[in-house]
Design a protein around this ligand. Structure first.
Ligand SMILES: [Zn+2]
Length: 247
């Protein structure tokens, strides 16, 4: 392939811009905020599941509490009625009176049991409510941290995108000056060689693979016409000669 020496040298400018673009894109992908945000979001989801579970527990305990309260009402009413009957002297039969007093005793124990159960539910409900408040507060502070991370990520992305836009414009300007076949050869080579399509030949060394050219290749390159497009025998990258090549 042949191309004007100036066009070949502009490949090095294009390479510089392309390397910058690749670095910017790498930084864009590797922002530490990406991993931090993913972690924060996973934590948020896990917290959300726990909050849902505790909310269900609070709801269930509230139902239990209401039921325990309702269970107590008829028993208390009955004891009150019995006590009324005992104290108003309406029962005169001794046997009947003893039975009533026994029942009042029994109802008293039953009320004690129900009140114990009610207290137990209340303690569990308070513990669940405290846990819910703690988890909700943790999620709120996690959300604040997540918002800060998203803001920091977006600010950095905006900055990198602005740099990328500038580099892309620069790239387009350089690419527009290159012959189509040379640009295509460079692009193909860059794709196959980790992003580096053209390298400077300097001090007998390929700037792409950093290997020293052997004497025969060096002689051949030295003898080649200036518009001949050279390739590194080792890495196949386009070797660009400039006055600093020292050929
Ligand atoms: Zn090479």
């Amino acid at each position: 392939m042949k191309a004007a020496p100036e066009a070949q040298r502009r490949l090095l400018d294009l390479q510089t811009v392309d390397t910058t673009i690749a670095q910017l894109q790498h930084r864009r992908r590797q922002l530490p905020e990406h991993a931090q945000i993913a972690r924060a979001q996973a934590e948020r989801a896990a917290l959300g599941e726990r909050i849902t579970a505790v909310k269900t527990r609070v709801f269930d305990l509230e139902q239990e509490q209401a039921k325990a309260e309702a269970d107590l009402v008829p028993v208390r009413q009955r004891r009150e009625r019995d006590q009324q009957r005992v104290s108003d002297g309406s029962i005169t039969d001794g046997k009947q009176l003893r039975a009533l007093v026994d029942e009042i005793d029994h109802l008293g124990r039953r009320i004690g049991d129900l009140e114990d159960a009610q207290l137990d539910i209340m303690e569990r409900l308070e513990a669940a409510q405290a846990e819910l408040a703690e988890l909700t507060a943790r999620r709120a502070s996690g959300d604040d941290a997540l918002r800060a991370l998203l803001g920091a990520r977006d600010a950095q992305l905006a900055e990198l995108d602005a740099e990328l836009a500038q580099a892309s414009a620069e790239r387009a300007t350089i690419a527009a000056t290159l012959p189509a076949d040379l640009l295509a050869a460079y692009t193909r080579t860059a794709e196959r060689s980790g992003g580096t399509g053209a390298a400077l030949l300097k001090a007998g060394r390929c700037g792409g693979c950093q290997l020293q050219l052997n004497t025969a290749d060096l002689e051949r390159h030295r003898a080649a016409a200036p518009d001949e497009v050279l390739r590194c025998e080792e890495c196949n990258r386009i070797l660009v000669r400039t006055p600093e090549s020292g050929l």
